[in-house]
Write a protein that binds this ligand. Structure first.
Ligand code: ADP
Ligand code: ZN
Length: 609
């Protein structure tokens, strides 16, 4: 155990294991099989990388995407660990060279695709002294998972051909069926399943509903300006909206790139590369983006539309804050999203499952109890505490008796013969002076104008609440007409009180003026009264320069967490620097001096100790 901790410090710069890491590593060292479920950013990689370093021979790591392999290998090499990939994109000579190195035992970790496994099964693999086999993103094996890959289903050959080699399968998402699928298909022997907490307390959770497109843009511009120079992803439902959002944002001097499956591979790769290397901070993407991204310093994720399931949502927000530092997530949803997603679900091959998943997602968005508690219970974990880091915890709902308000809306619905959608109903309630209302005679209704005292936004919010309280429902089959439910009738006839939540206004509905507003400044050391702020900024700039020189992403040099630790501890000697989280031997040798020199400079200390 002590030896493992020394290796952990030496190669990764960490002094303690995260929960379950040590147990999983021990199990691999005992040559037994395991299934590991950890959330994105939980620290799965070290579970197989550390034993791979410790054991003689070469570890085989099966991974579904070339980008993912490349990223991990770069990270390992940056820490002084000989690792390589073998994939179809490499020229044959290069592959030949890697094969030879493996046979000579000079590679500690070999990353390979599932197709690669099959083609190397009879010649290369038997010639390697295999220490362990890790199967990353193991949920790809299952039809039930969300990234099913047929190539994964052939991996049972591994156990059959190498019965003595321990196998560890790892994934961030696996419900019960998927889990059983993984165990069965890989033919694991007496496997032990490790499930770590899915809690990601460093991610803040916020949901905003019913915003118009313009209001969403305004909220996003405000949000990005608050996250100046930080990397983030905006997930959109359609390809078109990724591109139009990029344009909208550019009008506020926010540079973003679009990413979706309809782009050419070149364009996609460039967008991804620019993002990883901090040349662009914002990506507007469809769900196609992210699987291959190990970027640890994504600081925020926005969902421009509601995701279709909690699994997808959790995986997507999980791309923020993988380094464990505070990160923000924001989700917008509207009735329009739900209508569209319902249609997709109905047309999907698995209508019942899809609709059920969508419903759970919708209930999560609409709930007014701590959001993290809902998420954790979805993943089978119970907590008895509110998290304090979601919008519900931060703005606890304040209730009032909304019976009269509800009655106004319900009678409005009845008087249109239940043929009004939300927009029309609000116009009627507010007595909007619109020709079309008059043409149809709505201005003669008794309810015309009874809700003048509330703004359009407020009505919209209260109607959403009435939906989630079950007083009204939306007829998805007929253009979103509102219908009164039996429960709603009780409120209408005074048999039941309607407890509603006071609508709290947010300030960011106004857009800053275009162009004149926000601008990206060129990089220069900031003047600040806080030495920490200046220090962090300077460290980031140094890291960026090194990253550019080495043609590698900045977080491969040092994670945000490592920089933060430097700001905290202000190491001014190499010894002190070696204590920083994320500083292993190689990085100490390579970067220690320049970083210490910079810190001394910022702190106005003499150059030498
Ligand atoms: P996953 O593969 O589960 O998504 P990673 O293996 O990429 O997560 O780890 C996420 C982050 O946590 C990485 O930046 C990694 O270096 C860091 N990490 C992993 N284990 C530890 C540890 N024991 N102490 C501190 N940081 C760790
Ligand atoms: Zn909470």
């Amino acid at each position: 155990m002590k030896e493992l901790l020394l290796l952990l410090k030496r190669f990764f710069g960490y002094t303690t294991f995260r929960p379950l890491q040590a147990e999983i590593i021990q199990r691999i060292l005992q040559k037994e099989d395991s299934l590991v479920l950890m959330p994105t950013g939980g620290g799965k990689s070290i579970c197989f990388q550390l034993p791979a370093i410790y054991m003689p021979g070469t570890a085989i790591v099966v991974s579904p995407l070339i980008a993912l392999m490349k990223d991990q290998v770069e990270g390992l090499i940056a820490n002084g660990i000989p690792a390589s990939t073998l994939n179809s994109m490499m020229p044959e000579e290069e592959r030949h060279r890697v094969r030879q190195l493996c046979i000579q035992g000079k590679v500690k970790l070999l990353y390979i695709s599932p197709e690669g496994i099959i083609s190397e099964l009879h010649w290369l693999l038997p010639r390697i002294d295999i220490s362990l086999i890790a199967i990353d993103e193991a949920h790809c094996i299952s039809h039930w998972g969300h990234d099913f890959r047929p190539e994964y289903t052939q991996l049972s050959v591994l156990k059959e051909n190498f019965p003595k080699v321990p196998i560890v399968a790892l994934t961030a998402t696996a419900d019960k069926i998927t889990r059983t699928d993984i165990l069965n298909q890989l033919k694991l022997r007496d496997p032990k399943t490790f499930i770590s907490s899915f809690d990601r307390p460093n991610l803040s959770l916020t949901i905003r509903r019913g915003l118009s497109k313009k209001e969403k843009i305004a909220a996003i511009v405000h949000f990005i300006n608050r996250h100046h120079r930080q990397s983030g992803i905006i997930y959109c439902m359609s390809r078109n909206s990724t591109e139009s959002l990029v344009e909208e944002l550019s009008e506020y001097s926010i540079r973003a790139v679009a990413y979706h499956a309809g782009l050419s591979p070149d364009k996609r790769e460039k967008a991804q590369d620019d993002f990883i290397n901090d040349r662009v901070n914002v990506v507007c993407a469809t769900v196609a983006f992210g699987m291959g991204i190990d970027k640890s310093n994504v600081r925020w994720v926005i969902h421009y539309n509601m995701p279709s399931s909690i699994e997808n949502y959790y995986q997507e927000i999980g791309r923020a804050g993988r380094d464990g530092m505070k990160s923000d997530t924001l989700l917008f949803y509207s009735v329009g999203d739900i209508l569209l997603l319902r249609r997709f679900a109905e047309e999907s091959g698995q209508k019942d499952v899809s609709l059920q998943k969508l419903n759970r997602m919708r209930r999560y968005c609409e709930a007014d109890i701590c959001r993290r508690r809902i998420l954790l219970s979805y993943f089978g974990e119970e907590t008895d505490k509110d998290c304090g880091n979601c919008d519900v915890c931060k703005n606890p709902p304040q209730r009032f008796d909304g019976s009269i308000l509800v009655q106004k809306a319900l009678s409005g619905i009845f008087r249109t013969g239940q043929t009004a959608n939300m927009h029309l109903l609000i116009d009627i309630l507010r007595g909007a002076e619109k020709e079309e209302l008059k043409e149809k005679g709505y201005d003669k209704l008794k309810t015309y104008g009874v809700g003048k005292d509330l703004s359009y936004k407020e009505w919209k919010e209260y109607l959403y609440q009435m939906l989630q309280l079950g007083y009204i429902e939306i007829d998805y089959m007929s253009a979103g007409h509102l219908k009164v439910t039996p429960l709603g009738r009780k409120v209408l006839f005074g048999e039941q009180q309607a407890l509603m939540t006071i609508y709290q206004k947010t300030k960011d509905f106004a857009l800053p003026t275009k162009k004149g507003g926000y601008k990206y400044r060129p990089i220069r050391p900031i003047e600040s009264t806080s030495v920490e702020e200046t220090l962090l900024d300077s460290l980031q700039q140094l890291r960026k320069q090194i990253a550019e020189r080495e043609h590698t992403p900045a977080y491969i040099i040092f994670s945000d967490d490592a920089l933060e630790d430097m700001v905290q501890k202000k190491p001014v000697t190499l010894d002190e620097f070696s204590e920083i989280r994320g500083v292993g031997q190689l990085k100490l040798d390579k970067y220690g001096k320049v970083f210490v020199a910079l810190i001394r400079f910022v702190l106005r200390l003499p150059k030498k100790e």
